[in-house]
Design a protein around this ligand. Structure first.
Ligand SMILES: Nc1ncnc2c1ncn2[C@@H]1O[C@H](COP(=O)(O)OP(=O)(O)OP(=O)(O)O)[C@@H](O)[C@H]1O
Length: 282
């Protein structure tokens, strides 16, 4: 890779806790090219959100740091827009107004009224939400809210789109629709994307590279899978191909063999079923 667009170098993260210092991340190194789609995957608690928050400038690494286009990241900024699992839209504003708020913050007086309206509508159109632009969050579905959240992030014209399990709270069908929309947008705009996911199929379908993290404490990047599937990608056609399944297997093997994590459950007291011989309500 020539000069990386985004670079994480030697990142370590320690958190003070009542029991002493907790080392969440150690020696996290990653170079991301412009326009690349990266997925971060790993078991719960391994440090994915910590990595994303450091890139977003919401957390400062204890050691090392993040460089975007040659500049050290030290605070949040519109060039690194974040989409969270929960839409975080303002409930009293319409979809249009939610996007408008971000546009005003980023572009202020640089756009006149008409340019602003065109830009907001363009971004709502990108996520297939132009038809509901006057609806408030309470009047639209979870998937639609997430679409507006993505439009709001894109409207900031970010260099990097950071997504923390953006589709995690959605049902499987809605999730598939949003994944397709995200692929379409990525193809059209060529943004660099760093997305956290727990879904192996989502990672293979969307990514250029899947960055797999080891379990913590002191989590780091364990392995990286380069997904060389041609684009545009079509989920149904791909699902049957040996290449797709090979990538899937590689990720599954890392997660469930190499980084196997078994959470010990507290011992359960065996109690007799109190209504075993009784018809409830009889
Ligand atoms: N502010 C904090 N103080 C102390 N420990 C923290 C803090 N933030 C995160 N941690 C710890 O750092 C580790 C990594 O957390 P992080 O939220 O980044 O994991 P994750 O991989 O995103 O988890 P999940 O997949 O469940 O969202 C966890 O053990 C977590 O408990």
């Amino acid at each position: 890779m020539s000069k990386p667009h985004l670079e994480l170098s030697g990142i370590g993260m320690e958190f003070p806790t009542p029991d002493g210092v907790f080392c969440a991340l150690e020696k996290v190194n990653l170079k991301v090219a412009k326009g690349e789609f990266i997925s971060l995957i790993g078991h719960s608690g391994c440090g994915k959100s910590t990595v994303l928050n450091i890139i977003a400038g919401l957390l400062k690494a204890s050691v090392g740091g993040c460089i975007l286009e040659g500049r050290q990241v030290d605070q949040p900024g519109p060039e690194r827009a974040v989409v969270f699992q929960n839409h975080s839209l303002l409930p009293w504003l319409s979809a249009y107004e939610n996007v408008e708020l971000a546009v005003d913050q980023v572009f202020g007086k640089k756009m006149n009224k008409q340019e602003r309206a065109e830009w907001i509508n363009y971004n709502l159109e990108l996520v297939h939400m132009a038809h509901a632009s006057n609806k408030r969050p309470g009047e639209i579905s979870g998937g639609m809210k997430q679409r507006v959240g993505i439009a709001r992030a894109l409207a900031m014209q970010p260099q990097v789109l950071l997504m923390d399990e953006p589709f995690g709270a959605l049902d499987a069908l809605t999730r598939a629709h949003l994944q397709d929309s995200l692929m379409e947008i990525h193809q059209e705009l060529g943004n660099t994307v760093v997305m956290i996911t727990h879904d192996v199929d989502e990672a293979v379908l969307l990514s250029d590279r899947i960055v797999m993290m080891s379990n913590g404490p002191a989590a780091t990047i364990g392995e990286i899978v380069e997904v060389n599937l041609p684009r545009p990608r079509e989920r149904v056609a791909l699902a049957d191909t040996p290449e797709y399944n090979r990538y899937r297997q590689q990720v599954l093997r890392f997660l469930y063999e190499k980084q196997r994590k078994i959470e010990p459950l507290p011992t359960r007291k065996k109690t007799a079923n109190p209504i075993a011989n009784r018809r409830v309500g009889a």
